[in-house]
Design a binder for this molecule. Structure first.
Ligand code: SF4
Length: 122
């Protein structure tokens, strides 16, 4: 439910990315109350998908929400697949036939057993 609300908020804020979206006007568009909407907005801010700047609008304090796609581009993931690609099943010709109870069986497989024993911590 909240993820759906976040998705809708992000969609609206993206569409108005040039001037931003006034937060207090967002609740009327979405048909949600201030509390529910604010939680979803704060979640998007924490994820770095939108920015929230305080402003005075029609004499009241509120926020302008702006889409920040540059935050997404800064994400830098370092994943080392080396330990995973050494698992014999990844290159095994019998993988499509392998399963518990069958002739090729991970519980009885020598290659897998050897891999697990040689890569265990103890
Ligand atoms: S458990 Fe053994 S037989 Fe089964 S896919 Fe892995 S390496 Fe192949």
């Amino acid at each position: 439910m909240r993820l759906e609300l976040e998705r809708r908020i992000l969609e609206i804020v993206k569409q108005r990315s040039r001037n931003g979206m006034i937060q207090s006007e967002l609740w009327g568009i979405l048909g949600v109350d201030n509390r529910e909407g604010s939680r979803a907005v704060l979640s998007l801010v924490r994820k770095g998908l939108i920015r929230r700047d305080q402003i005075i609008y029609k004499g009241r304090k509120t926020y302008v929400l702006k889409y920040t796609p540059e935050k997404l581009e800064r994400v830098n993931l370092k994943i080392n697949l080396n330990p995973v690609v050494k698992i014999p099943c990844f290159i095994c010709k019998e993988l499509h036939k392998c399963g518990t109870g069958g002739f090729f069986n991970p519980y009885k497989c020598g290659l897998l057993t050897y891999f697990l024993l040689s890569n265990s911590e103890e």
